[in-house]
Design a protein around this ligand. Sequence first.
Ligand SMILES: Nc1nc2c(c(=O)[nH]1)N[C@H]1C(S)=C(S)[C@@H](COP(=O)(O)OP(=O)(O)OC[C@H]3O[C@@H](n4cnc5c(N)ncnc54)[C@H](O)[C@@H]3O)O[C@H]1N2
Ligand code: MOO
Length: 395
Amino acid sequence: MIPVSDALERIFALVRPLPVETVPLREAAGRVLRGRVEARRDQPPFDASAMDGYAARAEDVRPGARLKVIGEAPAGRAFAGRVGPGEAVRIFTGAPLPEGASRVVIQEDVTREGDEIVIGDNLDKGFHIRPRGGDFAAGTAVEGPRRLAAADIALLAAMNLPELPVTRRPEVAIISTGDELVMPGGQPRPDQIIASNAFGLAALLEAEGARARLLPIVPDRAEALDQAFRLAEGADLIVTIGGASVGDYDLVGAAAAEAGMERAFYKVAMRPGKPLMAGRLGEAVLIGLPGNPVSSMVCGHVFLIPALRAILGFPPAPAPRLKAPLAVDVPANGPREHYMRARLTERGLLPFDNQDSSLLSILAAADALLIRPVADSPRRAGEIVEYLPLQSGAR
Ligand SMILES: Nc1nc2c(c(=O)[nH]1)N[C@H]1C(S)=C(S)[C@@H](COP(=O)(O)OP(=O)(O)OC[C@H]3O[C@@H](n4cnc5c(N)ncnc54)[C@H](O)[C@@H]3O)O[C@H]1N2
Ligand code: MOO
């Protein structure tokens, strides 16, 4: 058994970031920007009015002043002339400030009389001009690696960048193993169960930007596994589920070795998730997860997501941990790092009493994995501990 941190390092050593491809802006949301892109123009590209009103020379704007309206500047149609002394231009939000003007008076502060305006007594102090380049200047860079959120897409669109360099989407092949498994919606015999892990893992990985391919369930026979590895060809990451432990039908390690995998490690000092293994199989990283449903999902959070992020081009890093107080006393921990399903309550992290690694109902009710370090001493309520946040349907 090796520590979780060692296992993660060895997985990172197997990873090669995927190449970059160019995609249209409309398809770039959620993708990982790579390299550096630069704004093609200033934004705003001119000094712009921030309000509907009148543009004039600042020195002419005094309570009671009477100015002659010499033209109009709607957004998208600049006023061609120049604003001289005693003059104003009717202007609208987003329009270029006419030459000569240095202030915009909002229309609420003037009285219009034919082709003249009279400035009111209670003038607001604002000049209401957005300076050219005030948002960003031409050449302003956005640097990857960066996962493109909606706000990034809006910014890059404003920078006039119709295409973006992003990491090619990682392909993940997920192989469920076990004679006892039947796909959801299938007809399980009384001695069978529904294959759930691949679906949870696919959801986890796809939320992080992968494309997951669920291969047909593999029965507990070496030839069948070998065939599955061949079906997985082309994937950047191959994830097997189950058959990782020491039972007579736990064949994944041997079959992967037979298929040519160089194993980087087997067995990690963690709970749940001990019989984890990893290696390289051809062009792919192969990670073999334990079959227990919660073990496979916890390994998904602790190993698969960080591995996927490294494949996407982010610097290798463990899943970010947060800190919170314990809501209750907890006993000493044993020789494996324990990831305990917990709820984040007002008093702090409250681990569930039953931590059996088969209980998906408790995983779905949890919004955190409380992390107990190897050989940690007993901890009292109120002590600060680390946890991994989980997505919870309740929020
Ligand atoms: N004698 C020992 N027995 C076990 C040990 C051990 O050290 N010595 N380790 C235990 C631990 S810890 C774990 S974790 C499991 C891991 O076992 P496997 O990876 O070999 O998984 P399976 O035996 O194939 O399955 C375990 C359990 O999970 C169910 N399963 C499997 N795949 C799926 C799936 N895709 N969807 C839903 N459920 C799945 C399977 O039916 C079993 O109930 O080994 C312990 N045993
Ligand atoms: O390592 Mo197992 O996942 O504890 O149940």
